[in-house]
Design a protein around this ligand. Structure first.
Ligand SMILES: Nc1nc2c(ncn2[C@@H]2O[C@H](COP(=O)(O)OP(=O)(O)OP(=O)(O)O)[C@@H](O)[C@H]2O)c(=O)[nH]1
Ligand SMILES: [Mg+2]
Length: 389
């Protein structure tokens, strides 16, 4: 179900991917356009009954709205249609919950869900009710119950915040020790499903989880990445962004997103084959701004060049620095140019900060050499092309 004046051609595809990423199957899709949403029901009553009968005809068990609904709107649509309703925020929260694997990830999602829940309690509507067994037909819980729920939530939120703060301190320490390594730290950012993990695996020869679903990656992983000429960078794969990322998630994922804020360089990975790639770039820049990473230098990586070959080849911008490169993380096309760009970035970062390459520990050198041997054996030299500095 899509509403509003949203007529981007890819929005339907994104909604279908979101729905399937939550383990559901889309039974049908319908659009509604309203200049101003009804404060009580979002849509008009005629439209809601139309949707309800469509949904029943298609055997749907839940209505998903590709927009944020207020607690009251949600409750009223559920009553009018007789079907449970998920709005866009809740759908994304559900997906995050499915994906969260690490302890930190689980805590972050739980916190985000509770924060969301507490906004829903304000109007005397509780989703705990749904968890307790089906839709209430009697007009919601009593004030006393709401008070209890609210107190329980507040206590749990406090505990979660404390645990997350401790984990965040650990993360800071790890990050500082990495930064003492005096290597350029590079963070992959981009719209969900752009191919960040595929690119991460290609560059670091590791096995991060890749899937054609939204938010496949929730946790941050960092690996060394050899970029040729004896130069190395530390590359992090991170959670993908999406248009209108729920603010509760941004807040809860603060420490994960901090990896991005503290990176020396961002590789902004773009699905070059998407018809809405400019909008996706804007959405990502918006989230970067919200997390305070707007000023971190970045290179745009147009990925999926196998589907959009026009993007191949580096483009230089201000001061001769590389502004964008085109690659296919899938086929490996353009990867040498990307490595060369990283090599260049690492060298100029070193120059700017008057840093010497760090003396490697023996085990690091051994690991690096093994990596290099593997790279050579698989036909990837990892060396910058001959014409680069
Ligand atoms: N054709 C093509 N598909 C690609 C390329 N890179 C990645 N993909 C596919 O795009 C989908 C998403 O890839 P991921 O690497 O999981 O994307 P991601 O950006 O890490 O996604 P999230 O972790 O969900 O944010 C997968 O089906 C990949 O196989 C590419 O260069 N070309
Ligand atoms: Mg990923």
């Amino acid at each position: 179900m899509r509403t509003g004046r949203d007529s981007r051609p890819d929005a339907a595809g994104e909604l279908s991917l979101l729905v399937s990423s939550d383990g559901m199957e889309a039974a049908g899709l319908t659009e509604a356009h309203r200049d101003r949403p009804d404060p009580a029901t979002y849509l008009g009553s005629g439209k809601i009954s139309e949707i309800a009968s469509l949904a029943r005809g298609a055997g749907a068990e839940v209505l998903v709205f590709d927009t944020a609904l207020s607690a009251a709107q949600e409750r009223n649509i559920e009553r009018a249609s007789g079907l449970p309703v998920l709005d866009r925020t809740e759908l994304i929260l559900e997906i995050f919950q499915r994906r969260a694997k690490s302890r930190e990830g689980r805590l972050q999602v739980e916190l985000a869900k509770l924060e969301h829940l507490s906004t829903r309690l304000v109007r005397g509507w509780t989703h705990l009710e749904r968890q307790r067994g089906g839709l209430s037909k009697t007009g919601g819980p009593g004030e006393k119950q709401i008070e209890l729920d609210r107190r329980m939530i507040a206590e749990r939120v406090k505990i979660l915040r404390g645990q997350l703060r401790r984990l965040s301190r650990q993360r800071d320490t790890q990050r500082r020790s990495r930064q003492r390594g005096e290597q350029l730290t590079v963070s992959l950012v981009g719209y969900t499903n752009a191919g960040k993990s595929t690119l991460f695996n290609r560059l670091t020869r590791s096995g991060a989880y890749v899937a054609n679903q939204l938010f496949a990656t929730l946790d941050t992983t960092a690996r060394r990445c050899w970029v040729g000429g004896g130069e190395m960078v530390v590359l992090s794969d991170t959670v993908g962004f999406i248009r209108d990322l729920p603010t509760q998630l941004i807040e809860a994922f603060k420490s994960t997103l901090d990896e991005t804020v503290h990176a020396n360089l961002l590789l902004h990975v773009v699905d070059a084959s998407s018809v809405v790639r400019e909008e996706q770039i804007d959405s990502v820049n918006q989230v970067l701004k919200e997390v305070g990473a707007a000023d971190v230098p970045s290179i745009i990586v147009y990925n999926k060049a196998d589907l959009a070959p026009a993007v191949l080849g580096p483009v230089r911008g201000e001061g001769g620095r590389i502004a964008s490169v085109g690659v296919s993380a899938l086929t490996g096309e353009g990867i040498d140019e990307l490595r060369a760009a990283l090599f260049e970035a690492a060298q100029s970062w070193r120059r700017d900060n008057a840093l010497q390459p760090r003396e490697l520990e023996p085990w690091e050198r051994a690991k690096l050499e093994a990596e290099e041997r593997r790279a050579l054996a698989s036909g990837e030299t990892g060396e910058p092309p001959a014409d680069s500095p």
